[in-house]
Design a binder for this molecule. Sequence first.
Ligand SMILES: Cc1cc2nc3c(=O)[nH]c(=O)nc-3n(C[C@H](O)[C@H](O)[C@H](O)COP(=O)(O)O)c2cc1C
Length: 189
Amino acid sequence: MILIIHAHPYPQRSRAIRAMLDAVRDLPGIEVHSLYDQYPDFDIDVAAEQAALVRADLVVWLHPMYWYSVPAMLKHWFDVVLLRGWAFGEAGDALHGKFCLWVTTTGGRESSFTETGAHQVPFAEFVAPIRQTAIFCGMEWEPPLVVHGAHAISADEIAAAALAFRERLRAWTPAPQAADDSWRPNDFE
Ligand SMILES: Cc1cc2nc3c(=O)[nH]c(=O)nc-3n(C[C@H](O)[C@H](O)[C@H](O)COP(=O)(O)O)c2cc1C
């Protein structure tokens, strides 16, 4: 099962994320959790979210980039769902061996993520905390799908991004993993 955790605060105003989500909804084996629709008061059903994660082979985090990170609801989802003793810490192995795909859109063009651009550092620097969240919980990190310049790109480019996302999910199979008997859950010191 592929679990899509979709977090867009203004889904009706979305061009890019909306097109990408619409492109994959009909694929078999997909479950979509639209956090802002399901939890308008931020009262996340932790047990339901964890149960879905247990069923999932691939977890997709799908959202627009907000302030160099995830929208508040997805950060809240990290805080309340990825719990110590479940996702990390002693006996916290529920996500170990699952795969994680980060799919995000940015207002900034790729060229603005440079030393002299508006965002001053390469985009990879903003990937690190998201990637490490997945890895800390024992997940396998898939190459992210990032659509830059989401306001500026044409309708055709949005459609191409949506198709690329669809193809990633349609063709997805778990990469073989080397057995790692030494793996133990991480913990915050
Ligand atoms: C509160 C807020 C914060 C944002 N922060 C960033 C940012 O840090 N970097 C960036 O490139 N774009 C930023 N944006 C632009 C969004 O990423 C952009 O609107 C979105 O990716 C467009 O996708 P959509 O068509 O699905 O809404 C921000 C937008 C808002 C409203």
